[in-house]
Design a protein around this ligand. Structure first.
Ligand code: ZN
Length: 147
């Protein structure tokens, strides 16, 4: 995915993954709609910290007030990030094409006028919307045909 962005073929990533791996791989425009481990919050004062706060030895505590630090997905109880949701909606509305990879169809907010390609070995709710269904694992498709 990062290679697609670097080559100018991918504008943005919308994900329910919370692992921050898209950003670590090099994607710069990512909507982490369930938050990510790069969004960490003090349980006492609410201050937000990047993933670097987790590099402390032992349990991470807030350098401002001493409160316990909680990763965003846990702090928000797997809630949705309103700014990330808005980015996802805006980006998908402006997209020339949307590629749905490995999703089970839970997040179904894609403009009907935007061509949809799905990469998934299984049948999903996106089958009927997709102009192309590639029945394969994302790793196989992206590693063999994109790089
Ligand atoms: Zn604090």
């Amino acid at each position: 995915m990062a290679n697609l962005e670097k080559s100018g073929h991918l504008d943005a990533v919308v994900t329910t993954n919370v692992d921050y791996l898209h950003e670590i791989a090099g994607n710069t425009k990512v909507a982490d709609i369930w938050y990510s481990f790069n969004q960490n919050y003090c349980t006492k004062c609410g201050h937000e910290f990047s993933i670097d706060i987790l590099n402390q030895a032992g349990v991470p505590y807030c350098p401002i007030c001493g409160g316990l630090i909680s990763p965003g997905p846990t702090y928000h109880h797997i809630g949705t990030s309103k700014p990330a949701i808005q980015n996802a909606i805006d980006w998908m509305d402006q997209a020339d094409m949307v590629i749905v990879i490995g999703s089970n169809g839970y997040y179904d907010r894609i403009n009907d006028n935007v061509p949809l390609v799905q990469i998934n070995p299984a049948s999903t709710e996106f089958d009927r919307k997709a102009m192309l269904n590639i029945r394969a694992n994302a790793d196989d498709v992206l590693n063999n045909y994109v790089n």
